[in-house]
Structure formats: structure tokens, C-alpha cells
Design a protein around this ligand. Structure first.
Ligand code: NAP
Length: 522
């Protein structure tokens, strides 16, 4: 039986007890086991602070970017192997695995490219300097310097490669050493990714450590210069961010959590075959329900359609969802894999039962099904599921419970942009809202009324239909994060995500001296 190891203090650590099994969700075969028993977390932190931090800070932004480029290349060179691990441990089809694995190498490559524009500097100048007195004898300039602690990254089970890479890219570029902890149940792809990076000897010692299993007393040891970036459920986030030592030290905490993302069909869009905008809406929504079996924080959970068109929208969605083949991705005919764990399957079943109190099932069973390519009774399969609630404002759990599977609910609204944005906002804060319309005035009204309920607004229209990648793609150039239920965090977005790991300092003094020490040319 394979035992997953943690990479700590410059060596691989293998536990001898406390194991948790990692399972193939298509077959229920146990693939490996993992535990962090025996890890000395104080030593892990010392190693990062005393070795990794100084080594990274001695490099410039451009030099650190060059390391990211090499990391990206190693992952790309082993793409097929990582896709295979993703299929076995996460139950992903090849396109779904690639969303994670290619997302990881692509995000690292993007930040490597961005670093070139930051140059051979150890700090970044932010904005223009400002005169603070009658003369230039007193002046201020904001700069950004690496925080002198450790970046602890705790990730969710659904993105074992991208989740690690998107956080590590920003922290390493900023000059902070990383301790990364994947969700234990799907850590196979992360462990191999780190092993490849370590074997390639890319990073200075102490810059990247891996914990597989529990974090022991690690969180209790974080202090004022450290950063904890968490992705996972809102419940876990609440427990972690309220730890007394994190609050006492004001440890910087970033949370990416649940999100009841909404897709809104504008009243101008004809739900017929001739409309490119409706075609995009259908393609996107079906992809967002079924990609990674709906286990994406950016997946569409609520679909808003004008009341006089909801029947046509429902029929079109059911027709496409009915063509999805759920099963073991090892079978070439399968287009959607299982959910990743037995717990996820139970959560999806319970979640649909809860939604069904205020909405009715119009497609799917809300229960485990048998999957193609796997013996009957085996595997955590859950077919695409569509519900419908006609009273959108009183749809209860539809606006409160994230069912983390291929599940979405149709909601009717009265065609006004204000009503659509109010209903979308009932979700309590989203990562992304997608709006499908060719009427700029209507979209403008939607944004004005409720644009701030999501961290990202994706507008699908005839003019974007050929290029738009779908609302679920968190691209490194644009902000990933949202208010309220979504955690209130900010990741990616070019430099936005890097700034999480940098300390802003207002340097004050005479203009000449301030410009000299901050590297601003007069
Ligand atoms: P989860 O159960 O909250 O776990 C997330 C991570 O927290 C895992 O690594 C888990 O480790 C760790 N963890 C749990 N308790 C901990 C503790 N006491 N101390 C330290 N670490 C602890 O979430 P999940 O089931 O993996 O992920 C699904 C959720 O993530 C969904 O709600 C989804 O919306 C959200 N998500 C959000 C985003 C985003 O960017 N906003 C992206 C992806 C997923 P173990 O596995 O070892 O328990």
C-alpha cells in the first residue's frame, strides 16, 4: 500500500500510524494512505522562517519568477502522469483533470511572465509619492515588501494541483516560503507535484514544504508576519479563522469558501436555436453543472430565467443534461465522473433533499446512481440534477446551501434587472455571477443594482460567444474571491493575489531621501 509522505525540513517524512485511506471514487479501491503523525510542526516553521524566507528574499521578483517558470515546466512535462493520478483519486475525466493540472502549470507560467514586469527589485513601489508638508522636505511613498513569516496554504479536495499552484505562485513570487496542505482524501496529485518540483531541485531549501494529513499544532504557532490562506467550506473557515492566536497576532488570513453562484438569462435573449447568446448560456450552464461533477467553487448553483421563458430554458437544459454519461472516466464514453468521496456523495444526497423542500426536482433522482464502466453498487456516482423553484424570493435553502455536486436550481424572475440582482444577492456573497444579455443598458442596471454581490461578473453575449471560456474558469489575470459566504478573500487578479504576501509600508521623509531608498527615479 502506498503511503503518502510529507516533505518537511528538507526530507520526506513517512508516518507509521494514524492513517486515512485515499480511495478511487469510481471503484472504491483504496489507492494509498496518509498521515502526518510524527511531524514536528515547530521545526517545519523554523525551517521555513530560517532557511526558506531568507533565501527567497535574497532573490529579486524577476529571479523568483524564473523559479515559477521552472515549476510550471516540470508540471507540464509530467502532465499525463498527473492527469492519471487525478482520474484515479479525484474521479476526473481527462478534460476535467486538465482544468486542474493545466490550470496549475498555466497559473505558474502566468506569474513567471508577470514577474518580468516587476523587474530586478526586492520591493515594489505602489502609486505616486505624495507631498505631506509645504515643501518637498516631507514626502511619502508607499512600497510593498515581503512579509517575513510563512505562508500556510490549506486547500480543498477538488483542486489538488491548481489549488496548490495558484497560492504558491503568489507567495513565492512575493518572497514568502510556503507550507502547503492539500485535503487528505485527494492528496495523490499534490504529493506527486511537489515530489517532481523537489526532485528537479528548483527551489531554495525551506521555500516549499508539504504536509499531508492533519496540521497538528501548526496553526497555534502562526504569528504576526505569517499568512494563512484557506480554501474549503465556510464551516471549516469559521473554525480556523477564529483561533485565538490568529486573532491576537492579527495573522493575515485569506478565505475562499462556499459560493451559490448565479447564472442570469437576460430578458432580451430568445431561448431559441438561432441566438448565439442563448447557445453560450446553455453551453456554459451545462458545463458549470457537470464539470468536475459540479465540485467547483465557481460552479453555477442557481439559474435565473425570466418567468415567461423559464419553461423553454428548463426544456433546453434537460435535453442537454440528459445526454451526459456518468461513470468511471476510465471508460472513453463517460463524460462526467463520480463525486470525489463517499462523504461528498452523502452530502449531495442530503443537500438535494433539503433543496427539495422549497424546489421540485425536474431532472435527476437526487440519489446515488450506478455509473458506466463500474460494477453495480460501486462508486460515488451522482447524476446531473436540476430543480426548479417558482417563488425565487422564498426559496429557502436554494439561497443558503451549497450542494457540492452536479446540482443547480432554476428560479423565475420578473425580467427587471433590479429583481434579478436582488434574487442573486440572496446567496449572501458569491465568487461569480454570470449574466447573459446583449442589452448593455440592462446589464448596466444589473451591475449598478447588485454587481457587488460577487467578486466577478461574467457577461456572456453574442460578441463574446466565440471566446468566453465559461464563468467557472478562475483565470490568474482576474480576481478570484468574493464577499460574504464566499469568504471575503482575494486571490489571483495579477498583483492583487501577490499583495496578500507583501506588507505595505508608507516611507516618509524628504522627497530626495524617500526616492533614493525606495528606488523611485526623480
Ligand atoms: P473542507 O472540508 O472545509 O476542507 C478544506 C481543507 O481544510 C482541507 O485541506 C482539510 O483537511 C482542512 N481542514 C479541515 N479541518 C481543519 C482543521 N481543523 N485544521 C486544519 N485544516 C483543516 O472543504 P472541502 O470539502 O475540502 O472542499 C469543499 C469546499 O471548498 C466547498 O464548500 C467549496 O465551495 C469550497 N471551495 C472553495 C473554493 C474557492 O476558491 N472559493 C475553491 C474550491 C473549493 P483534511 O482534508 O485533512 O480534513
Amino acid at each position: 500500500m502506498k503511503i503518502l509522505r510529507s516533505y518537511i525540513c528538507g526530507r520526506w517524512h513517512e508516518a507509521s500510524s494514524g492513517f486515512v485511506p485515499l480511495v478511487d471514487p469510481s471503484t472504491e479501491e483504496v489507492l494509498a494512505q496518509a498521515s502526518s503523525e510524527g511531524v514536528d510542526f515547530a521545526a517545519v516553521l523554523d525551517h521555513a522562517r530560517e532557511r526558506g524566507g531568507p533565501a527567497l528574499r535574497s532573490l529579486t521578483f524577476a529571479q523568483r519568477g524564473a523559479l515559477l517558470k521552472e515549476m510550471s515546466k516540470v508540471l507540464r512535462d509530467h502532465r499525463d502522469e498527473l492527469l492519471d493520478l487525478s482520474r484515479r483519486n479525484n474521479g476526473t475525466t481527462k478534460p476535467d483533470g486538465s482544468f486542474d493540472v493545466d490550470g496549475a502549470s498555466g497559473t505558474l507560467a502566468y506569474y513567471a511572465a508577470l514577474s518580468k514586469s516587476l523587474g530586478d527589485r526586492h520591493s515594489l513601489v505602489e502609486g505616486e509619492g505624495v507631498q505631506l508638508a509645504k515643501t518637498e522636505g516631507f514626502w511619502a511613498q508607499h512600497i510593498l515588501v515581503p512579509r517575513r513569516g510563512v505562508a500556510l496554504h490549506i486547500n480543498a479536495f477538488n483542486f489538488p494541483a491548481w489549488g496548490f499552484a495558484e497560492k504558491a505562485a503568489c507567495a513565492l513570487l512575493a518572497g514568502m516560503p510556503v507550507i502547503t496542505k492539500p485535503a487528505t482524501a485527494t492528496a495523490l496529485t499534490t504529493e506527486r507535484s511537489i515530489e517532481l518540483i523537489v526532485e528537479a531541485g528548483i527551489l531554495p531549501e525551506g521555500a516549499l514544504q508539504l504536509i499531508i494529513g492533519s496540521t497538528g499544532d501548526l496553526l497555534d504557532r502562526l504569528g504576526p508576519q505569517d499568512v494563512m490562506a484557506f480554501t474549503g467550506s465556510a464551516d471549516t473557515a469559521r473554525r480556523l479563522r477564529n483561533r485565538p492566536n490568529l486573532m491576537a497576532a492579527n495573522t493575515r488570513v485569506n478565505v475562499e469558501a462556499d459560493s451559490l453562484n448565479a447564472a442570469v438569462l437576460g430578458p432580451d435573449v430568445d431561448p431559441g436555436e438561432g441566438s448565439a447568446t442563448f447557445g453560450l448560456f446553455l453551453k456554459d450552464v451545462v458545463r458549470e453543472i457537470t464539470q468536475k461533477a459540479g465540485q467547483k467553487c465557481t460552479a453555477v448553483r442557481r439559474i435565473l430565467a425570466p418567468a415567461d421563458r423559464i419553461g423553454a430554458v428548463q426544456d433546453a437544459l434537460i435535453s442537454r443534461l440528459g445526454a451526459v454519461v456518468t461513470g468511471n472516466p476510465a471508460d472513453a464514453a463517460v463524460t462526467m465522473g463520480p463525486v470525489a468521496t463517499e462523504q461528498q456523495l452523502r452530502d449531495a444526497e442530503e443537500g438535494v433533499a433539503e433543496l427539495a423542500r422549497t424546489a421540485r426536482l425536474v431532472h435527476g433522482t437526487g440519489k446515488r446512481i450506478d455509473g458506466m464502466g463500474t460494477p453495480a453498487g460501486k462508486g460515488f456516482f451522482f447524476g446531473p440534477t436540476l430543480l426548479r423553484a417558482d417563488d425565487a424570493r422564498h426559496a429557502g435553502a436554494v439561497h443558503e446551501r451549497e450542494v457540492f455536486g452536479p446540482v443547480a436550481t432554476l428560479l423565475a424572475y420578473d425580467a427587471s434587472a433590479a429583481a434579478a440582482s436582488e434574487i442573486a444577492a440572496l446567496g449572501g456573497g458569491m465568487l461569480v455571477t454570470s449574466v447573459y444579455s446583449d442589452d448593455a443598458g440592462w446589464v448596466g442596471d444589473f451591475l449598478e443594482n447588485g454587481g457587488g454581490a460577487a467578486g466577478r461578473v461574467y457577461v456572456g453575449s453574442e460578441s463574446s460567444a466565440a471566446d468566453a471560456p465559461g464563468s467557472g474558469a478562475a483565470l490568474p489575470q482576474a480576481l478570484h474571491g468574493g464577499p460574504g459566504r464566499a469568504g471575503g478573500g482575494e486571490e489571483l487578479g495579477g498583483l492583487v493575489g501577490v499583495k496578500l504576501y507583501l506588507q505595505r509600508v508608507a516611507v516618509q521623509g524628504s522627497r530626495t531621501l524617500v526616492n533614493d531608498v525606495t528606488g523611485v527615479s526623480a
